[in-house]
Design a protein around this ligand. Sequence first.
Ligand code: 1HE
Length: 265
Amino acid sequence: MDHRHEPSLPPTLRFERDGEVGVLTLARPAKRNALDDAMVGGIGAFFACVPAGVRAVVVCGDGDHFSAGLDLSDVIERDAVDGIAHSMAWHRAFEALEYSTVPVVAALHGAVVGGGLELASAAHVRVADATAFYALPEGSRGIFLGGGGSVRIPRMIGTARVIDMMLTGRVYDAEAGEHIGLAQYLVPAGQARTKALELARRIAANAPMSNFAVLHALPRNGEGARAAGYLNEALISSIALNTPEAKARVAAFLEKRAAKVEAPT
Ligand code: 1HE
């Protein structure tokens, strides 16, 4: 029996299906989708056990903003040891997303700040609309990144930019954000979710083994020793090539039944 049916989530998270794509929505717009413990735990539980039949997930937010980051009303009464545990709970949740069984596309709009940017940076593809803006206000709040952002965001945009954002409170608008690599796609206002769904449908149509290799082998190969990366790549590519799905897809191309790569118009 498959237990991965409909997930039980806090009321501040909503899950819907759109064919093979799952949509997980931050549903706390009155607080600008600020992330409290229940939401972070819910995100972790969701990605640790993605509902059956879902082959890609879009993460998006209700209201005018993707997420205002950490729920600051949560922070007040926490000592150092509790603080470490809190940060590690975020790490577990966002690692569940990053190393999920399925690819995740983040649809960004409005504020993508602090822990909201940390959440977005754990996704595999980021689509932003023209209203998106990015900041790391932790510096001015007397705190620090705690959701894995000091590990992930420098890999996306470079350490120097993250240092600048944190020290000076610099805010990047949507266009500059795309330029420096905070998002891979920039679309008109109000269209991030639609574009993210379109990309997620395309991703869901890939062979599961290819998606698995991209999520689990590719980032690790870039991080460890080169020799281990090459060996791991050889192993994964051979496993992928030998799946019936790969054989069928390659044959379809050779027999002119599959789409060619199109040059952008
Ligand atoms: C919040 C939060 C929050 C809004 N925690 N309650 N993040 C920040 O430092 C960003 C803080 N938020 C903002 O700068 C602004 O709220 C926004 C630019 C995101 C949106 O502005 P606006 O004018 O649309 O909304 P607002 O009037 O500021 O906020 C609406 C309500 O949401 C208000 O509550 P209300 O009861 O008075 O209606 C705000 O208090 C509430 N709200 N943001 C709690 N973040 C793992 S470590 C990660 C560390 C971080 O993420 S630090 C960065 C925290």
